[in-house]
Design a binder for this molecule. Structure first.
Ligand SMILES: Cc1cc2nc3c(=O)[nH]c(=O)nc-3n(C[C@H](O)[C@H](O)[C@H](O)COP(=O)(O)O)c2cc1C
Length: 164
């Protein structure tokens, strides 16, 4: 896998997920994978828009230039943040052939596993080739276990490579 987009999937002010997204981004670069860092807050629509919209166009360009996408997202009420859903919903055919992985996050002990299930379901629906393994980050508001993230990320990336 030569180029992967790392998507921070929350626009919540002062969110804790950003530090995990940065760890993921750094870790991929250390493996000599080119990355495109995407913050969903730079892709907010406000309302549903057609595919010739400028914001959708930028997202489409990113998807076109990468082989895979890693969605890094916190669990909100057992699901994904609404802004991430709107971003994902803005394209469909463009995702065909692209590989997706999920890094889920929570402040509590479960690491956002319920979000991961629902997000994977959505990503499958919109045509991504989905990897089975996932990275679940618990206790994000405390000290983060970077070593554990890196270890699980290695498995995720290996599986992404096998699907290219
Ligand atoms: C609207 C909202 C809903 C949340 N729902 C859940 C939840 O369902 N399960 C959970 O483990 N944590 C939940 N949390 C707590 C998050 O795990 C916590 O905020 C964590 O820091 C990750 O989110 P952040 O990146 O926005 O900081 C929720 C937080 C918010 C703001």
């Amino acid at each position: 896998m030569k180029k992967i987009a790392v998507v921070l999937g929350t626009a919540r002010e002062n969110n804790f997920s950003e530090k995990v997204a940065k760890i993921v981004d750094d870790s991929l670069q250390k493996r000599e994978i080119e990355t495109k860092y995407v913050d969903v807050s730079d892709h907010l629509f406000g309302k549903s828009v057609s595919s010739d919209n400028e914001v959708v166009g930028k997202w489409a360009e990113i998807i076109d230039e990468v082989e895979g996408v890693i969605f890094v997202a916190p669990e909100y009420n057992h699901s994904y943040p609404g802004e991430l859903k709107i971003l994902i919903d803005s394209l469909y055919d463009e995702y065909k052939g692209k590989v997706a992985g999920v890094v889920s996050i929570s402040a509590g002990q479960y690491g956002g596993v319920r979000l991961a299930d629902k997000l994977k379901d959505l990503l499958h629906t919109v045509n991504f080739k989905l990897v089975h393994s996932e990275v679940n980050v618990s206790g994000v508001q405390k000290e983060i276990d970077e070593e554990k993230i890196n270890k699980h990320l290695e498995t995720l990336v290996a599986e992404m490579n096998s699907l290219v």
